[in-house]
Design a protein around this ligand. Structure first.
Ligand code: GLU
Length: 435
C-alpha cells in the first residue's frame, strides 16, 4: 500500500508532536530537545550474491533514537519503500512506546530497502546474514535489540541471532527477540501485537458499553498484527465487516468468518485470491473496495494495521468511524490528528495500542537472560495486566487534562523519560545555587 502523503518529512512530523505534549508533562525542555535528535544513525550496503550468479547491493539502516531508559529496542522491516527518515521516525516512536509500556528500554529501528517477495528463500537468508554482518557491532543484548516488523518474521530473527552468535563466537539469544520458539523465542510473541491491541479494545468495550455482535469493525492490513487481532475479536463475536491487504479490500455487511480468511490468505499469500481467484472466490460473497475506501467506511471501529501515513489531511474529514485503534506505526499524520480531534473521534494511539509486541519482546529478553521460560498463560496474563494498566494510565491523563489520547500517551512517556534524564542532571540542577 503506497503512502499517499509524503509531503512532509515523516521524522519531522513525528517529532513535531513533542511540543504539544510538553505542556502536559513537567519536564525540562532541555530533555525534549535531546529527544528531537536520534542518538546514532547507521547506513550500510549489503552485497548479496543472487541465485542467478549476479551481485546486488541492498541498502540497510539501523537507528538508535534514545537509550536513557535502557538498551534501544525495535524491529527491522524489509520493504521496498524504506527510507532513512522513516526508520528515524519509527525509532522515535519506539522510544515513546517503550516508555508508555513502562519497559526498561529506549527506542531503535532498522530497515532494508528490498521487496522480500521477489527474493528466493536462500537469497533472503543471505541478505539477512549480510545485514547482521554489517550491524554486528552496533547491536547487542545490552545496547540495541532488534525484533520483527513489516515483512520480517521469526525465521528471519533466528538467522539474525545465529549470525550474530557466530560473529561474536558465543550463543546470544537475547540480541534479538521474536525468534522461533526452539531457538529461544517466547511463547505468545507471535500474536502479541494483535493481542495487546485486543486488550485495549476490551477496555474500550467496558468504557463505552459495546456489545461485540453490534460492533462493526474494519481492519486495514492483514499481516501478523491485523490477522491476530481479527481472530481474537471474531472469537468474541465482533463483526469484522472489512479487511484489506496491499492488493485491496473486501467488505461484507454480515461480517467475515475470520479463520477461513486467515487460512485463505496464508495459503495464497494474498487476500485477493479470496475473492477473485479460484474456487474460494465464489465461496465468499464480498464486495471489493480500495484501501482508501475501507478507511472511510461507516463502521464503529476502524483499525489501521498496515503502514504509516494512511490517514492524512486529504482524507481525515471523510473518516466516519468514531473510534480508531492504531495498530500500525504512524498511520495518522499530525495534521490529520487535528481534523480527527475537531470532529470528536477517539484515537487510541499507536505507541499504546501496538505496544503488545515489544512488551512480549521484553518478556522474551528477560527469559533469555534468566534461562527461565514462562508458560503461555503467564505471558498472556502479564501482557493483559501491562496493557490494561497503561491504557488506564493514559485514559486518566486524557480525562484529567481534557486532551486527546495521543497527547496523553506522549505526556505519560515524556514524564517517564524526563524523570530518567533529570536524574542525571539538567540545566535546573547544574545552575542551581547551593545555599
Ligand atoms: N516491530 C514491533 C513494533 O513496532 C516490535 C518491536 C519489538 O518487539 O522490539 O513495535
Amino acid at each position: 500500500m503506497s503512502a499517499p502523503d509524503n509531503s512532509r518529512d515523516i521524522f519531522e512530523d513525528a517529532v513535531g508532536r513533542l511540543d504539544k505534549a510538553l505542556r502536559y508533562a513537567d519536564i525540562d525542555p532541555e530533555a525534549v530537545e535531546r529527544l528531537k535528535h536520534p542518538k546514532q544513525v547507521l547506513e550500510v550496503s549489503i552485497p548479496v550474491r543472487m541465485d542467478n550468479g549476479t551481485l546486488r547491493i541492498f541498502t540497510g539502516y539501523r537507528v538508535r533514537h534514545d537509550d536513557t531508559r535502557g538498551p534501544t529496542k525495535g524491529g527491522i522491516r524489509y520493504h521496498p519503500q524504506v527510507t532513512l527518515p522513516e526508520v528515524k521516525a519509527l525509532a522515535f516512536w519506539m522510544t515513546f512506546k517503550c516508555a508508555v509500556a513502562g519497559l526498561p528500554y529506549g527506542g531503535g529501528k532498522g530497515g532494508v530497502v528490498v521487496n522480500p517477495k521477489e527474493l528466493s528463500r536462500m537469497e533472503l537468508e543471505r541478505l539477512t546474514r549480510g545485514f547482521i554482518e554489517q550491524i554486528a557491532d552496533f547491536i547487542g543484548p545490552e545496547t540495541d535489540v532488534p525484533a520483527p516488523d513489516v515483512y520480517t518474521n521469526a525465521m528471519i530473527m533466528g538467522w539474525m541471532m545465529d549470525e550474530y552468535s557466530k560473529i561474536h563466537r558465543r550463543r546470544t539469544p537475547a540480541v534479538i527477540t521474536g525468534k522461533p520458539i526452539p531457538l529461544g523465542g517466547s511463547l505468545g510473541r507471535e500474536d502479541a501485537t494483535g493481542r495487546g491491541a485486543y486488550y485495549c479494545i476490551k477496555e474500550l468495550e467496558r468504557l463505552r458499553g459495546w456489545t461485540p455482535h453490534n460492533t462493526r469493525v474494519a481492519i486495514q492490513g492483514f499481516g501478523n498484527a491485523g490477522q491476530h487481532l481479527a481472530l481474537l475479536l471474531h472469537q468474541d463475536g465482533y463483526r469484522i465487516v472489512a479487511v484489506s491487504d496491499s492488493g485491496g479490500a473486501i467488505y461484507r455487511e454480515e461480517g467475515f468468518d475470520i479463520p477461513s480468511l486467515v487460512f485463505a490468505k496464508n495459503e495464497t499469500r494474498r487476500l485477493k485470491a479470496v475473492y477473485c481467484e479460484g474456487s474460494v472466490c465464489t465461496a465468499i460473497e464480498a464486495q471489493t473496495l480500495t484501501n482508501q475506501e475501507l478507511l472511510e467506511l461507516d463502521v464503529d471501529l476502524l483499525v489501521p494495521a498496515a503502514l504509516e501515513n494512511q490517514i492524512t489531511r486529504h482524507n481525515a474529514d471523510r473518516i466516519q468511524a468514531p473510534v480508531i485503534v492504531e495498530v500500525a506505526n504512524g498511520p495518522t499524520t499530525s495534521d490529520a490528528d487535528e481534523i480527527l480531534s475537531r470532529s470528536g473521534k477517539l484515537v487510541v494511539p499507536d505507541i499504546l495500542a501496538n505496544s503488545g509486541g515489544v512488551t512480549v519482546s521484553y518478556f522474551e529478553w528477560v527469559q533469555n537472560r534468566s534461562g527461565d521460560y514462562w508458560s503461555l498463560e503467564t505471558v498472556h496474563e502479564r501482557l493483559r495486566r501491562t496493557m490494561t494498566a497503561q491504557f488506564q494510565a493514559v485514559w486518566r491523563i486524557m480525562e484529567e487534562q481534557r486532551i486527546d489520547m495521543r497527547t496523553a500517551a506522549y505526556a505519560l512517556a515524556l514524564r517517564r523519560i524526563g524523570e530518567a534524564i533529570a536524574s542525571q542532571g539538567t540545566v535546573r540542577f547544574f545552575t542551581a545555587r547551593d545555599s
